[in-house]
Design a protein. Structure first.
Length: 127
């Protein structure tokens, strides 16, 4: 993406091939851990931080990120890094603000909105 008008995050995938999703702060929707870009931090560093803060997961980011348009939400563009989850923490910074689920791809596709369903379908082919 050429401009700064996008958010970065992760698609956390466990060794069992399950997806980690979190709710928005309002609790209205299931989403991927993501956040705004930060001056002085790489997109990869921000993505790792968001995964830790929002979902309580740590892992290895795949080399290549994937850029998506999301017409339904407030954020119109996302840069997501597939993450191989190595650690799922019991305590994490935003655990009182969000719910977290760890579910198979099929269930994750039913929980998220249409634009994120399309992202999951694409990611599933690459995993």
């Amino acid at each position: 993406m050429n401009d700064n008008h996008y958010q970065v995050g992760v698609i956390p995938i466990t060794k069992e091939g399950h997806i980690v999703l979190v709710t928005t702060r309002s609790g209205d929707y299931w989403i991927f851990p993501k956040g705004n870009r930060e001056k002085g931090r790489s997109d990869r560093a921000v993505a790792r931080l968001e995964a830790f803060e929002e979902a309580g997961v740590k892992g290895v980011l795949k080399r290549k990120s994937h850029d998506f348009k999301t017409p339904l939400g407030k954020v119109k563009r996302l840069r997501l890094y597939p993450m191989q989850v190595k650690v799922i923490l019991k305590k994490f910074p935003e655990q009182k603000m969000r719910k977290r689920v760890i579910v198979p791809f099929e269930k994750a596709e039913k929980l998220v909105q249409t634009d994120l369903q399309l992202i999951l379908q694409k990611i599933r082919k690459w995993v």
